[in-house]
Design a protein around this ligand. Sequence first.
Ligand SMILES: Nc1ncnc2c1ncn2[C@@H]1O[C@H](COP(=O)(O)OP(=O)(O)OP(=O)(O)O)[C@@H](O)[C@H]1O
Length: 225
Amino acid sequence: MSCYLSCENIELKVGFHTLITNFSLILKPSQSIAITGSNGTGKTTLLRVLAGISKPHNGKVIAMEEQIYPNNETKHEHLSVFLSNIPSLLLDHCAIWNLEFFANSFGLKFSLEDYKHALKKVGLENRENQIARTLSTGQKRRLSLAGLILIKPNIILADEPTNGLDELGSNLCISIFEDLKQNNSSSIIVATHDKNIIDWCQEKISLENFIPSEKKLKSKIKVLL
Ligand SMILES: Nc1ncnc2c1ncn2[C@@H]1O[C@H](COP(=O)(O)OP(=O)(O)OP(=O)(O)O)[C@@H](O)[C@H]1O
């Protein structure tokens, strides 16, 4: 498959307010793309559209050759993971239970040793039975990264994946992405402000370039006033 994910002429609106227009991209196997832009430009909104969670105002989204918008007919048989900017965990359950639940939601099962191995890789060894609520912010983030090690998704849509991580954690996140890219042909789109991860991405796309020109003009006028 030469293309994992593509979108054409995406227009994003919040109410009557247009965030971006005419946004298109093609994500090939083993490719990494950083989506950048200042606060509120629409990075999270765009990732949610590419993940098939939200609908764009206009445009077309195709993932693994299945059109997911418009006329969503996808069976979601491919492995696509959306890492939200706040790790989505079942907070009243332990680390290993969270991984098991995550794997099951993709129809996958692993051995106890596999779960332990993934936790060790993210520095959470001996925390298998710790309740997710009691993990620190960075440890919660590491737990969601352990899920990627197990699932090995085709497409990873990561919203600020290094938020809350220390320098070692940020490097760990990049090395997990790199490993999946090299050994599983995974493709990654990251919405981020983290220079480290932006530098690692092969391609950088700034959403500032897709803000409608009349909106840019208005914000310039506001600054002048
Ligand atoms: N459900 C919603 N209701 C109202 N406004 C919304 C909603 N979702 C997003 N927005 C608005 O849409 C704009 C884009 O939000 P989004 O979270 O996509 O920005 P972002 O580029 O990811 O920002 P940041 O860098 O701060 O994470 C913001 O102005 C936000 O307030």
